[in-house]
Write a protein that binds this ligand. Structure first.
Ligand code: PGA
Length: 249
């Protein structure tokens, strides 16, 4: 049985004070026990403040990016060791906004995944097609290319321990959500692909999140799908109530 994982990707939102407040509201709202793993992914500047709030709670902390090198002259970059020292357990890698606006490539995603795993961080690896790619019937080809590249050179045990987030780019921040059938179809495709690349048991253990306008009113249906093991939530994670409604969906 795969443990459901709901992560909030706060993107470039929240000051230090606002982040601590939001984290506190999430922690307080989680007084009812849940089997779901919950991870908050604030901007770098908010990590330590959120870490202090969630300390001693089951809530995990994720960063939104990292650099693949260990240290050195890389102005503006943040290393895996820095994330660990700030209290991170997880790190989002290859989000479509990073691919689209900041030159992230399949190759850099793979390097970052390896660095994160080596450091003991759980990568949340994002894949997904654009609208043009979906309309050109290239969804499977694009997702396959991204998954193969991201997992290149990893051991089966490493793959089993990471998280893949399927995020159709056309559904991110647009309010347009993939239908449950569209989402389930790609999730099943990714699981089958990992079955071929690794093994059936790795595929069975792998957790695959859906991301792209997941909200309290559609989360239940999406999360009920056989191959959807959680959500990577953007907009709806900026409000404690709506994020918690998804956690308890
Ligand atoms: P959204 O973002 O929920 O605002 O669509 C999801 C994501 O980019 O992770």
């Amino acid at each position: 049985m795969r443990k459901r994982i709901i992560a909030g990707n706060w993107k470039m939102n929240k000051s230090v004070t606002e982040a601590a407040e939001l984290a506190r509201a999430v922690v307080e709202g989680m007084k009812t026990a849940t089997e779901t793993e919950v991870v908050l992914c604030p901007p770098f500047t908010d990590l330590t403040a959120v870490a202090a709030v969630i300390q001693g709670t089951p809530v995990g902390l994720g960063a939104q990016n990292l650099h693949w090198e260990e240290k050195g002259a890389y102005t503006g970059e943040v290393s895996a060791a820095m994330l660990l020292s700030a209290g991170c357990t997880h790190v989002i890698i290859g989000h479509s906004e990073r691919r689209q606006y900041f030159g992230e490539t399949d190759e850099s995603v793979n390097r970052k995944v390896k660095t994160a795993l080596k450091a003991g961080l759980i990568p949340i690896v994002c894949v997904g097609e654009t609208l043009a790619e979906r309309q050109a019937d290239e969804t499977a080809a694009v997702v396959e290319r991204q998954v193969r590249a991201a997992l290149e050179g990893l051991t089966d045990a490493q793959v089993a321990g990471l998280v893949i987030a399927y995020e159709p780019v056309w559904a991110i921040g647009t309010g347009v959500v993939a239908t449950t059938e569209q989402a389930q179809e790609v999730h099943a495709f990714i699981r089958a692909l990992v079955g071929k690349l690794c093994s059936e048991s790795v595929a069975a253990a792998l957790r695959i999140q859906y991301g792209g306008s997941m909200k309290p009113d559609n989360a239940g249906q999406l999360l009920a799908q056989k191959d959807i093991d959680g959500g990577l939530i953007g907009g709806a994670s900026l409000d404690a109530r709506s994020f918690l409604d998804i956690v308890y969906a």
